[in-house]
Design a protein around this ligand. Structure first.
Ligand SMILES: Nc1ncnc2c1ncn2[C@@H]1O[C@H](COP(=O)(O)OP(=O)(O)O)[C@@H](O)[C@H]1O
Ligand SMILES: [Mg+2]
Length: 254
């Protein structure tokens, strides 16, 4: 299998004097077509880790390779191009542009990539179908539910066929029904489009959609769970067990 992401010795500290080790020597790798979750309590460094991979934050140590390219050494212009062309993002707040319809929001990702005009409409429609938002294409964000907005953001993230989709608490602002719908669509993106997804969440239900989960605590990875052939329900139970043990005596987690 092709390796999409490799992270080695990644560190991100904040402040001087009493330094915060937000990300502390993290190593991880993600293969093409994987759906990987990063779990951990609030403040464990999930967003910082994801933002370093997203090139939004700058690591203070270590290296990140995407498709074999070390992105920690890229200059600002190359970095912007890399981010635009190889990454897709879904954040907790969908960041759609209020003055554009869903169609236009999704199409914008293609326009920025200079996709030929005649290809735009079929691509947007096809992606909207996958995300089950065809009925929303002519609506503005304020006319859509939170779940529809998030699915639109997901469509925008994958329409350019990025190497890696990065999602930070994508269900964080959704009710449980909308969360389930979004996660079903993430699953479809992964299975039908072979999208490689790295998703940060503190929520066990959301994490149960992943194939593999990395657990983060105090900026360091300390455990990993593989779903294998488990049903999502059984995987959820296993995740809850790890999370439960985390809440108590933490010395016996591994
Ligand atoms: N810009 C920043 N300046 C200072 N400290 C930060 C900054 N961003 C995050 N931190 C600290 O780094 C740690 C990890 O934060 P974060 O990555 O947001 O965790 P999570 O996403 O798991 O809740 C926390 O202690 C947080 O307070
Ligand atoms: Mg966070």
């Amino acid at each position: 299998m092709d390796q999409i992401l490799k992270v080695e010795g990644l560190c991100r500290t904040y402040g001087r004097g009493s330094v915060i080790h937000a990300v502390d020597h993290v190593d991880l790798a993600v293969e093409k077509g994987e759906f990987v979750g990063i779990m951990g309590p609030s403040g464990s460094g999930k967003t910082t880790l994801l933002n370093c991979i997203a090139t939004i934050d700058q690591p203070t140590g270590g290296h990140i390779w995407v498709e074999g390219r070390d992105i920690t050494t890229l200059k600002p212009k190359a970095l912007a191009q890399f981010r635009r062309e190889r990454l897709g993002f879904v954040f907790q707040d969908c960041n759609l542009l209020d003055t554009l319809t869903a169609f236009e929001n999704i199409a914008l990702a293609l326009t920025i990539r200079k996709t030929q005009t005649e290809q735009v409409e079929p691509l947007v429609k096809e992606t909207a179908q996958l995300l089950e938002i065809t009925d929303c294409l002519n609506k503005y964000p304020y006319q859509m539910s939170g779940g529809q907005q998030q699915r639109t953001a997901a469509a925008r993230a994958i329409i350019t066929q990025p190497a890696l989709v990065l999602a930070d608490e994508p269900t964080g602002a959704l009710d449980s029904k909308a969360a389930r719908l979004l996660l079903d669509r993430f699953e479809a993106m992964n299975q039908q489009r072979q999208a490689t997804i790295l998703m940060v969440t503190h929520d066990a239900f959301t994490a149960s959609y992943c194939h593999r989960i990395l657990f983060l605590r105090d900026g360091a990875l300390f455990a990993q769970l593989e779903r294998g052939s488990l049903s999502r329900r059984d995987f959820f139970r296993q995740i809850m067990e790890v999370v439960g043990r985390l809440g108590g005596d933490q010395s016996d987690v591994l």
